[in-house]
Design a protein. Structure first.
Lengths: 686, 148, 149
C-alpha cells in the first residue's frame, strides 16, 4: 500500500502538469475537450494524492520504521490515534496533507461548477493545478519526500514528542490547513477574472462562501493553537508572538480586511484593485506561512526543520506568483476602475476602508517584527531580537481602534452620515462606554489599556444589542409576531448581516478576555504535604490551596511513559471546598529531556486557577517513595477572564455558520422547486 | 509482482480518464447558461436590496425622516436606472423582461403604502390605524404634519 | 478630485501613525542578540553596557548546574558556542523549562553584572531539531533513557 502511495505521488506529477497546461489552453482556445480533460485531471490528482496519503498512513499503522518519516514521528507503543494522525505530525507529511486538502477543495469546486460559471472554470482549474503542481514538485524534489527510506530498518521509532500528544495539537494543524487551502479557491477565481475580463463583483459573489469558510477555519485554527499552548506548554500563556504564530496570524489579518472590503465592491463598485491585491496578498501569506514554518529561516522554539533547498523553491514560487499577478492587474487596470467615489469621511465606506488600513497596518508590523531581525542581521551583521514588547506596543493601540470600528462600521450610514444619524446611533453607546470607564475606575481598575478596552467593548456591545433590539421590535410590530419569533425571522431573513453581528459579539468577548491578562497573578511556593497556601483573585475572593501530597507511578513503557509524579491539591474558594486539582511531571522514555509538566486548571466564567508543578525538590527520593522527599515547587497563576476567549471563539464560529447558511427556501417562491438560484437571489435572498 | 501490476493499472486508468476527452472529442460545456445572473440583473438586485434595507432601517428607528427621505429618493433613482438598464439588456437579447422580484417589490410596495397612509410610526414603529395623525404609542405626530 | 485628495491624506495619516508606532516600538524594545564573547567584549569596551539588557546564546557547561537550596534560584555556567573557553556564570530566578538539560543550548535575556555573573530574566532552550531526528539518532532508538533532573 505504501509503495503504491509512493508511485501515486510520482504519477500525479505529469497529470498535474497536463491539467495545468490544458486548463489555460482550454480557456484561451475555448475548446471544451481540453477543458474537460483539465477538469478530470483535477479529480485524478486528488485521487492520486489520496492514495499517497493513504500510503503514508499505512506505513504508520504498520510500524514501517524503514521510512524516515515514520521512524521520526512514531514508535511501536504509540497510541493508535497518533499513528492515524501521524500524516501531519511533521514537515513532510504536512506538505502532502496540504496538497491533499487542496486537491479535495479543487475537486469540489470543479464538480459543483461543472455546469456553471463556464467562463471562469477553465482558468480556475489551471490555477489550482499550478499550485498543486508546485506542492508535488516540492514533495518530490526538495528532500522532503515522506516516502524516503533509510538504509537500514530501526528496531523502533523515535516516537512522538509528548507535547504534541494532545487533542488540541492534533486538530490545530489540520484546521489551519483547511483555512489556508480553502483560500486558494477565491484566489483562483480572482486570477480567472483577470484572465477572462469579468472584473465586476461576480468573482466575489461566486467565492463569498469560500472566503467565509476559509476565514472560519483560520480563526478557529488559530484559537485551537492558543488553547494547545495554554494547556500544554505549561507557562499559562496562550500567545507569544512566536514567528510561527505570527505566520498564521498574517493571512488572518488580511483575510479579515478582505472580508470587509468586498462588501464595498459589491455595494458600490469600488476598491476593485484593492480587492485583487488583498486576495493575492492573503494567498501569498498562506504560502509564506508554510514557508516560514518549514524552512528553518526563523529560529524559534517552534521551528521544525532546517532545509535550505526548500527555502529557495518557496521563495521562487512566491516571487513568480507575485510578478505574474502584478502584471495581470496592471494589464487590466482600465477595467478595474472604481464606479463610485467615497463621498464623506463619515460613512460606512470610510469606516470599512479605515478598518482595512488598520488591519494591514497590524499585518505589516507583525511582518516587520518577525522579519526585521533577519534583515538587520543580513544588512549590519548585528543580530537583534524583537519580542512580545514590540508586538504589544504596536498592535494593542491598533487593536483598540479596530474594536471601536467594530461598533461604528455596521451602524454608520452608507455614503454619508449626517450629524443626526451619528447622534441617533452613537449618543447612547458613547455614554454607556464612559459610564463603564467611570464604574471600573471607581471599582479600582487602574490599568489604562485594559480600562480603555473594556469601555470600548461596552460601547460596541451596546450598539450591537440595540441593533438586534430595534430590528426585532420593528419586525414584531410590522409582522405582528412575538418577539422570539420575530428575532428568529429577523436573523434568518438576512443571515449575512446578523450572522456578522454575532461574529462581532464573539470578537468583542475575546478582546475583553485579552484585556483581562493585565490582571494576571503569579505566585510561587515551595510546599510540603499538608501545607496550605492562599492566593487572592483580582475579583476579590481568595483561594486556599492545600498540598495533599505526591503520588508516583512507575510505568512499564506503556504510552511511552516511564514515570509520573502527580501532585494533588485541594482547592477551597473563600473557605468553601471546591474540589481537587492535580498537576504532574511525566518522564517519557523516548525523549532525552527533562520531565514534561502537565498543569492543573480549574475554570470558572470569571477566571482560571492554573497550577504548575514546577519542580520536585528531590526527584530520586520521590520516585523511591522516601518520606520527606515530597516537597515541591508549586506555581499558582490566576488568569482573569481567560475563558471568554474560548466562549468568544465559539460565538464567532456560530455567527460565521449563520452567515454561511444558504438562505432561501425555494419552495416558497413562485415557480416552486423549479426556481433557480438566480431567481432566488433576485427575490432578495443572500 | 502484484504491486507493480496494481501501479500499472492505476497509472493506466488515470491516463485513460484524462486523455479520453481529447482523444474522443468529448466537450465540457462552455456556454453561459440561462440560469446565470447577468451583470445588469446583479446591479438591479443590489439596488433593490439597498432600498429594502433603507425601509427597514427607517422603521427600526435608525434613520430619522429627513435622512430617510433623501436616501430613499437617491436609491429609488438608482434602482430605476438599474431596472431600466436591465430591461434594455434583456430586450436587446430578445428575452421578455423577467419579473422575478415579486417578493421584494411587493414587500416594498406594502411598506411604502403603510408609510404613505401614515400608519407606521417612524419613532417607535408602532403600526397605527390608517389616517391617524398622532401615534397611539408614543404621541409623535405622523404623516405630513410631522415636525422636523 | 478633491475627495480623493482628502483620502490620500487619511491614508498617509494612518500609514504615518503605524510607521511611528513601529519605529518607536523597535527602538524601545529591541534587544541586541550576542554571543558570550561579544558580550564580554562590549562590556570591556564600554562599562555602561553592564546595564543594557541583552539576549545571549550559548551552551550550558556540563555538570555546572546547581539549584540553590531553599530559594528559587538556579545557577549554571554557559560557554560560547564557538570559543568554549569563554564562559560566565548565570543566575536565574524562575522555573526551568522542561527541556533544560546538561549541555543544552540556551538563549538568555538579562544583563551581565559588574561581578561577571549574568542575571537572566528569561531562559529559553534551543533544541534545534527537537521535533526531528537525524538518521544516525534513529539507529539507537528504542533504548531506555535516564530520567532528567
Amino acid at each position: 500500500m505504501t509503495i503504491l502511495g509512493e508511485f501515486a505521488l510520482w504519477i500525479s506529477l505529469p497529470v498535474a502538469a497536463w491539467g495545468m497546461i490544458l486548463g489555460y489552453a482550454g480557456g484561451r482556445t475555448q475548446r471544451g475537450d481540453l477543458v474537460l480533460s483539465a477538469e478530470r485531471s483535477i479529480y485524478a490528482v486528488f485521487g492520486l494524492l489520496l492514495l499517497a496519503s493513504a500510503g503514508v498512513s499505512a506505513a504508520f499503522l504498520g510500524d514501517r520504521f524503514e521510512y524516515w518519516y515514520v521512524a521520526s514521528y512514531s514508535n511501536a507503543n504509540l497510541e493508535l490515534f497518533y499513528k492515524v494522525t501521524g500524516l501531519w505530525a511533521g514537515q513532510r507529511g504536512s506538505l502532502l496533507f496540504w496538497a491533499l486538502l487542496l486537491g479535495f477543495f479543487a475537486s469540489i469546486t470543479v464538480f459543483t461548477n461543472r455546469q456553471k460559471n463556464r467562463e471562469f472554470m477553465p482558468y480556475v482549474a489551471g490555477v489550482l493545478q499550478s499550485i498543486l503542481l508546485f506542492f508535488i514538485v516540492v514533495l518530490l524534489f526538495a528532500d522532503v519526500n515522506p516516502f524516503e527510506r533509510l538504509d537500514f530498518t530501526p528496531a523502533d521509532g523515535q516516537g512522538l514528542n509528548p507535547q504534541l500528544q494532545n487533542y488540541w495539537m492534533t486538530i490545530h494543524p489540520p484546521t489551519l490547513y483547511l483555512g489556508f487551502t480553502s483560500f486558494t479557491i477565491p484566489f483562483a477565481f480572482a486570477i480567472a477574472a483577470l484572465l477572462n475580463g469579468r472584473l465586476d463583483a461576480r468573482w466575489i459573489q461566486l467565492t463569498r462562501r469560500w472566503i467565509l469558510t476559509s476565514w472560519f477555519f483560520l480563526s478557529v485554527g488559530i484559537v485551537f493553537g492558543m488553547r494547545w499552548a495554554y494547556e500544554e506548554l505549561g507557562w499559562g500563556g496562550y500567545w507569544f508572538w512566536d514567528p510561527v504564530e505570527n505566520a498564521s496570524l498574517l493571512p488572518w489579518l488580511t483575510a479579515t480586511a478582505f472580508l470587509h472590503s468586498i462588501q464595498i465592491q459589491e455595494n458600490r463598485g469600488m476598491l476593485k484593485v484593492w480587492n485583487m491585491s488583498l486576495v493575492l496578498m492573503t494567498f501569498l501569506l498562506t504560502i509564506f506561512a508554510t514557508f516560514l514554518t518549514r524552512s528553518g529561516l526563523i529560529e524559534s522554539v517552534h521551528s521544525f526543520a532546517q532545509e535550505l533547498k526548500i527555502a529557495y523553491i518557496f521563495l521562487s514560487f512566491m516571487g513568480g506568483v507575485l510578478a505574474t499577478c502584478v502584471i495581470l492587474i496592471v494589464y487590466r487596470l482600465p477595467q478595474l476602475r472604481s464606479e463610485n467615489q467615497i463621498e464623506s469621511f463619515l460613512s460606512r465606506e470610510s469606516a470599512f476602508l479605515f478598518n482595512n488600513l488598520l488591519l494591514l497596518g497590524a499585518a505589516f508590523s507583525v511582518m516587520w517584527g518577525t522579519m526585521f531581525p533577519l534583515i538587520s542581521e543580513g544588512v549590519t551583521g548585528q543580530e537583534i531580537s524583537v519580542g512580545p514588547p514590540f508586538f504589544e506596543k504596536v498592535n494593542l493601540p491598533i487593536g483598540i481602534v479596530l474594536l471601536a470600528l467594530v461598533g461604528i462600521g455596521p451602524v454608520i450610514a452608507w455614503r454619508r452620515a449626517t450629524k443626526r444619524n451619528l447622534q441617533r446611533n452613537f449618543a447612547t453607546p458613547v455614554i454607556v462606554g464612559l459610564v463603564t470607564a467611570a464604574g471600573l475606575w471607581i471599582g479600582g481598575a487602574r490599568h489604562e489599556l485594559a480600562l480603555v478596552t473594556w469601555s470600548v467593548s461596552a460601547f460596541v456591545l451596546t450598539i450591537i444589542f440595540t441593533e438586534f433590539w430595534k430590528g426585532t421590535r420593528a419586525r414584531a410590530r410590522i409582522e405582528g409576531e412575538g418577539y422570539a419569533l420575530a428575532f428568529f425571522h429577523l436573523v434568518s431573513r438576512n443571515r449575512r448581516r446578523w450572522g456578522g453581528y454575532i461574529v462581532h459579539v464573539g470578537f468583542v468577548m475575546m478582546c475583553i478576555a485579552f484585556a483581562g491578562a493585565a490582571y494576571n497573578t503569579d505566585n510561587r511556593f515551595n510546599v510540603q504535604p499538608g501545607d496550605v497556601v492562599e492566593v487572592t483573585s483580582p475579583f476579590g475572593h481568595t483561594y486556599q490551596l492545600t498540598y495533599e501530597g505526591l503520588s508516583v507511578s512507575i510505568g512499564r513503557g506503556q504510552r511511552n511513559l516511564l514515570w509520573q509524579a502527580i501532585a494533588t491539591v485541594s482547592v477551597a474558594q473563600n473557605g468553601d471546598p471546591k474540589g481537587i486539582l492535580t498537576t504532574e511531571k511525566r518522564q517519557y522514555t523516548n525523549r532525552n529531556t527533562q520531565p514534561m509538566t502537565e498543569v492543573g486548571i480549574r475554570s470558572i466564567l470569571r477566571e482560571d486557577l492554573y497550577l504548575i508543578l514546577s519542580a520536585l525538590n528531590d526527584t530520586n527520593g520521590a520516585l523511591n517513595n522516601q518520606p520527606g522527599a515530597q516537597g515541591i515547587d508549586l506555581q499558582v497563576l490566576i488568569k482573569p477572564l481567560v475563558n471568554w476567549i474560548w466562549i468568544g471563539c465559539f460565538m464567532l464560529a456560530i455567527g460565521t455558520v449563520i452567515a454561511l447558511w444558504p438562505s432561501v427556501d425555494r419552495r416558497r417562491l413562485p415557480g416552486g422547486e423549479k426556481t433557480s438560484e438566480r431567481e432566488a437571489a433576485l427575490a432578495g435572498a443572500d | 509482482m502484484t504491486l507493480y501490476l496494481g501501479v500499472a493499472l492505476v497509472a493506466a486508468a488515470v491516463v485513460l480518464f484524462i486523455i479520453q476527452p481529447v482523444a474522443k472529442g468529448i466537450h465540457a460545456s462552455l456556454e453561459r447558461e440561462d440560469d446565470e445572473m447577468t451583470d445588469t440583473e446583479a446591479r438591479k438586485r443590489v439596488a433593490l436590496l439597498a432600498l429594502r434595507d433603507v425601509e427597514y432601517d427607517f422603521l427600526a428607528g435608525k434613520l430619522d425622516e429627513e435622512d430617510y427621505r433623501s436616501l430613499k429618493s437617491e436609491l429609488t433613482a438608482e434602482a430605476l436606472a438599474a431596472l431600466e438598464a436591465d430591461d434594455a439588456a434583456k430586450s436587446a437579447e430578445g428575452a421578455a423582461p423577467a419579473d422575478f422580484d415579486v417578493d421584494l417589490e411587493a414587500e416594498i410596495a406594502a411598506i411604502r403604502q403603510g408609510l404613505r397612509d401614515g400608519a407606521a410610526c417612524p419613532d417607535c414603529s408602532y403600526t397605527n390605524e390608517a389616517g391617524s395623525r398622532f401615534c397611539s404609542a408614543c404621541g409623535r405626530a405622523l404623516g405630513e404634519l410631522a415636525a422636523r | 478630485m478633491k475627495n480623493n485628495g482628502r483620502f490620500m491624506v487619511g491614508l498617509v495619516g494612518v500609514a504615518a501613525v503605524v510607521t511611528y508606532l513601529i519605529w518607536t516600538g523597535v527602538s524601545e524594545t529591541m534587544v541586541y542578540y550576542v554571543t558570550p564573547v561579544e558580550l564580554m567584549e562590549k562590556v570591556e569596551a564600554d562599562p555602561t553596557f553592564h546595564d543594557v539588557g541583552v539576549k545571549v546564546g550559548g551552551r550550558v557547561v556540563p555538570g555546572s548546574y546547581a539549584r540553590v537550596e531553599g530559594e528559587l534560584l538556579h545557577v549554571f555556567t554557559v560557554h560560547d558556542l564557538v570559543d568554549e573557553s569563554a564562559t560566565f556564570r548565570v543566575e536565574y530566578r524562575d522555573a526551568l523549562p522542561d527541556t533544560f538539560t546538561d549541555e543544552v543550548e540556551v538563549v538568555l535575556e538579562g544583563r551581565l553584572r559588574e561581578d561577571g555573573v549574568f542575571e537572566a530574566t528569561t531562559l529559553l532552550t534551543k533544541c534545534g531539531s527537537r521535533y526531528e531526528a537525524a538518521p544516525e539518532d534513529l539507529a539507537g532508538a528504542g533504548a531506555e533513557h535516564p530520567s532528567g533532573y
